[in-house]
Design a protein around this ligand. Structure first.
Ligand SMILES: *Cc1c(COP(=O)(O)O)cnc(C)c1O
Length: 397
C-alpha cells in the first residue's frame, strides 16, 4: 500500500515550487505565489482521478471523517453505525462531534454486514459508515438501499482503499460523502493529509467554509470575508499538498504494481485447499493494497502468523490480536477513558459495549491474515515470498 516506498524527483519538484515562493498557506497571497496553488491543484486532480464533483483537502484522514459526518448533519447524541473491524480513527472522529459510534458485526467481506446494520438502526441513527478495510469494499448497493429506506446518510471511509472501484464508481465517490487519508502508510501519501469528496454541491460549499473557520471565500480580502457558519481549522499546508500532487499522479501506476504483486501471492496461496479469500462484492474491484485470506481456525491463524514472522515474511497482520483495528482490544473505548467529560448521551450510548459480543466477527477476524502489498518488491522477491508463505501455511496445517 505505501506511497512512501516510491518517493523522489517528482515530489521534490512540487515541494520546491512552494519553497521558491514561500507561500505555505493555501489561501490568499496571490501576488507572491507565482501561480502555484498546490492544494487547489491536488483537489482538481483528485476530482479527475476519482470522477467526483468535489474534493476538499483537510489535515488528515481522521479530520476527513469528522468533517464528512459534520456535513452530513451528525452531532450531539446521534448514532453512527460502523464496523467493529476498523482503525480507531473511525470512532474517534464520531466522538469528536459528541455523537455515538455503534459498532456492528462484519462478514466475509471484512466490512459491514448489511443485516447487522439493519438490526442496529434506532430513532437516533443518522448515518451508516462502511469502512473499506485493506483495499476492498462493503456491499454498497445493499447499504445504500438500507440508508435510503431509513433516511440515513451513507458516508464511506475509503482511507485504506483509494484506487478501488465498485460497479465502475471510485470507492469514496459512491456514498453521500467519502473520506481519504494520505498519511505516511497509505497508498498515496503527503506526510499528513486527507480529503472529503462528494457530488453534493451544498456539502461541497459547507466543506470549503467549515474547514477554514467558516470563511466564505468570497472576494480577495480574507479579513473582510463573511462567516455564515461556525467552522474549525482543518486546512492542509501547501507543502503537504505539493507532495500529494506528485503522488496522486502516480496512483494508477501504484495500483498496477500492487495488482501484479497481489496476483502472484494469491495464485500461490490458492493452491492450498484450506486457504480461502475475503469476499469482494459483485462488481467490485479491489485496490490490491492488501491480500486478505482466511485459515480454517483461530489456532491455525496464530500459528501461521508466528510462522510468517519466523520466516521473515513481514507486514502480515493478524488483527484479532492487534491493539488498533479490532474491538477486542479497545478497552479505552469500552471504559470511555477520555481526558475530558463527555455527555450523558455518549456515556449511556456506549454502555452496550460492556456486554455486546461480536461472535460473527470473531469468526472472520480470528481466522484472517491481511498482508500488505509493497511497491518496491522485485518479481523475484514476490515469488520467493509466495513460496515462503506457502511453506509456512503448510507447516501450520
Ligand atoms: C488511516 C485511517 C484513518 C485516519 O487517517 P489519518 O490520516 O491517519 O488520520 C481513518 N480510517 C481508516 C480506515 C484508516 O486506515
Amino acid at each position: 500500500m505505501p506511497g512512501f516506498e516510491s518517493f523522489g524527483d517528482l515530489e521534490r519538484k512540487e515541494v520546491e515550487d512552494v519553497l521558491d515562493n514561500g507561500v505555505l498557506m493555501r489561501y490568499g497571497f496571490d501576488a507572491m505565489r507565482n501561480g502555484h496553488y498546490k492544494a487547489k491543484s491536488l483537489e482538481e486532480e483528485l476530482q479527475n482521478t476519482l470522477q467526483v464533483n468535489h474534493a476538499q483537502l483537510v489535515t488528515n484522514g481522521t479530520a476527513a471523517v469528522s468533517v464528512a459526518l459534520a456535513l452530513a448533519g451528525v452531532g450531539a447524541g446521534d448514532e453512527v453505525i460502523i464496523p467493529c473491524f476498523t482503525f480507531v480513527a473511525s470512532f474517534e472522529a464520531i466522538m469528536m462531534l459528541g455523537a455515538i459510534p455503534v459498532l456492528v458485526d462484519i462478514d466475509a467481506t471484512l466490512t459491514l454486514d448489511p443485516n447487522a446494520v439493519k438490526a442496529a438502526i434506532t430513532d437516533k441513527t443518522k448515518a451508516i459508515m462502511p469502512v473499506h478495510m485493506c483495499g476492498s469494499m462493503a456491499d454498497l448497493d445493499a447499504l445504500s438501499a438500507i440508508a435510503k429506506a431509513h433516511n440515513l446518510k451513507l458516508v464511506e471511509d475509503a482511507c485504506q482503499a483509494i484506487g478501488g472501484t465498485y460497479k465502475g464508481t471510485a470507492l469514496g465517490a459512491y456514498g453521500d460523502l467519502g473520506c481519504f487519508s494520505f498519511d505516511f502508510v497509505k497508498t498515496i501519501t503527503c506526510g499528513e493529509g486527507g480529503a472529503v469528496v462528494t457530488n453534493n454541491a451544498t456539502y461541497a460549499k459547507h466543506a470549503d467554509l467549515f474547514t477554514d473557520h467558516g470563511h466564505d471565500h468570497i472576494g480577495n480580502d480574507r479579513g473582510a470575508e463573511g462567516h455564515p457558519y461556525l467552522g474549525y481549522n482543518f486546512r492542509i499546508s501547501e507543502l503537504n499538498a505539493a507532495v500529494g500532487l506528485a503522488q496522486v499522479r502516480r496512483l494508477k501506476d501504484f495500483i498496477a504494481i500492487q495488482k501484479k504483486n497481489y496476483t502472484i501471492l494469491r495464485d500461490a496461496l490458492a493452491t492450498i485447499p484450506e486457504v480461502t479469500f475475503r469476499t469482494v462484492p459483485e462488481g467490485g474491484e479491489e485496490s490490491y493494497a492488501f491480500l486478505s485470506f482466511f485459515l480454517p481456525d483461530l489456532e491455525t491463524a496464530r500459528k501461521v502468523s508466528a510462522g510468517f514472522k519466523a520466516a521473515g515474511v513481514d507486514a502480515c497482520f493478524h488483527y484479532y490480536d492487534n491493539n488498533w483495528h479490532y474491538v477486542r482490544k479497545w478497552e479505552h473505548l469500552k471504559d470511555i477513558k477520555t481526558l475530558y467529560p463527555v455527555s450523558k448521551e455518549v456515556t449511556n450510548g456506549l454502555a452496550y459495549l460492556k456486554t455486546k459480543t461480536f461472535d460473527q466477527s470473531d469468526h472472520f477476524i480470528g481466522r484472517n491474515l491481511s498482508c500488505l502489498i509493497k511497491l518496491s518488491w522485485t518479481e523475484a522477491e514476490v515469488k520467493a515470498r509466495a513460496q515462503q508463505m506457502v511453506t509456512a501455511i503448510q507447516q501450520a496445517l
